[in-house]
Design a protein around this ligand. Structure first.
Ligand code: BTN
Length: 265
C-alpha cells in the first residue's frame, strides 16, 4: 500500500479530533520532531501535528536512526504545552503510548504491548517507538513533543543491525492496514487521555499495568550499565524500578532493558 497521505486528506480526516489544532503534512522531510520543534519555537499552538510519508533523518532514542520506506508507516509528531515540570514530562510518553495501544486494539482488533520506556511491541518484536523531547525552564515545560513511528505496511524483519527484532501491523494482521483510520484513532485516543491528564489524572499506574517489562527479569544496558534484576514497577516520573539480587531497588531513567526470556520475576 503505497498511497501517500496528503494535506487535504488529513485536513478532512482530523478536523473533528478535539485536540488537533494545526496539521502540517510534508510529503518528505528530515524528521517530524525537528520540523515541529521549529514550529513550537515560533509559537505554534498545542495540538499542532506534523505528519510525513518519508523521513531522511528520522531519529530514535539513544541517537539511533528510525528507518521506514516511503509511505509505509505512520510518522508524526504532536505538540503539547502542558502545565507540567520537566520531571513529569514522561507523562506525555505514557499517555501517547497508551493511546497507540488503545487505537490499534479498537481500530484493528490487534493486541499490542508496551515495553519500558517507549516501545510498542508484539510478541517481543518492536512495532513502533516514541521519541519525546522537551523544552523547559525551572518551573515548567515550554513545550513537549512526542514523535511516533509505527511500522504499518512493510516488513522490517529483514533489516540487519536493528537494536531489537522488529515487526509491523501488516505482518501481524496478515494484510495491508489503512493508515488514515489508524492515525485518526490514535489522535482521538491521545486527545481523550490528554484531557484526563489536564484534569489531574496521571497515566502512570495504567502505563505500569500495560508494560510487559514489569514482573520480568531484566538486564539494563546503557545508563545503569550491568544492572540485572526484576522489574517491579515504575515510579510516577516514569523511572523503571528494578530489584537487584541484593534486594536493593534501583531507579532506571535512561537506557535500554532486555527482558530475559528464561525467567519471570
Ligand atoms: C525509538 O523507538 O527510539 C523512537 C522512535 C521514534 C520515531 C519517530 S518517527 C516520527 C518522529 N520523528 C523522528 O525523527 N522520530 C520520531
Amino acid at each position: 500500500m503505497t498511497q501517500t497521505l496528503g494535506q487535504d486528506t488529513l485536513d478532512v480526516l482530523l478536523r473533528d479530533v478535539p485536540f488537533v489544532t494545526e496539521v502540517h503534512y510534508l510529503p518528505a522531510t528530515t524528521s517530524t520532531n525537528d520540523v515541529l520543534k521549529g514550529l513550537a519555537n515560533q509559537g505554534a499552538p498545542e495540538g499542532t501535528i506534523v505528519v510525513t510519508d518519508e523521513q531522511t533523518a528520522g531519529r530514535g532514542r539513544l541517537d539511533r536512526r528510525w528507518i521506514a520506506p516511503p509511505a509505509s508507516s505512520l510518522l508524526f509528531s504532536v505538540l503539547f504545552r502542558p502545565a507540567l515540570t520537566a520531571q513529569r514530562a514522561h507523562a506525555l510518553t505514557m499517555l501517547c503510548s497508551l493511546g497507540v495501544r488503545d487505537a490499534v486494539r479498537d481500530a484493528l482488533g490487534l493486541a499490542v504491548g508496551l515495553k519500558w520506556p517507549n516501545d510498542i511491541v508484539h510478541q517481543g518484536q518492536k512495532l513502533g517507538g516514541l521519541l519525546t523531547e522537551i523544552d523547559a525552564d525551572s518551573e515548567s515545560l515550554r513545550w513537549g513533543i512526542v514523535g511516533m513511528g509505527i511500522n504499518v505496511n512493510w516488513d522490517p524483519s529483514a533489516i540487519s543491525g536493528l537494536a531489537q527484532p522488529a515487526t509491523s501491523l501488516s505482518n501481524i494482521a496478515g494484510a495491508p492496514v489503512p493508515r488514515q483510520g489508524l492515525l485518526k484513532a490514535i489522535l482521538q485516543a491521545i486527545s481523550q487521555r490528554y484531557a484526563a491528564l489536564k484534569e489531574g489524572v496521571s497515566p502512570a499506574r495504567e502505563w505500569e499495568a500495560a508494560l510487559e517489562t514489569v514482573g520480568q527479569r531484566v538486564v539494563v544496558e546503557g545508563g545503569a550499565e550491568g544492572l540485572e534484576g526484576t522489574a517491579v514497577g515504575v515510579a510516577s516520573d516514569g523511572a523503571l524500578l528494578v530489584r537487584a539480587s541484593s534486594g536493593q531497588i534501583h531507579r532506571v531513567l535512561v537506557g535500554d532493558v532486555s527482558i530475559r526470556p528464561d525467567a519471570k520475576g
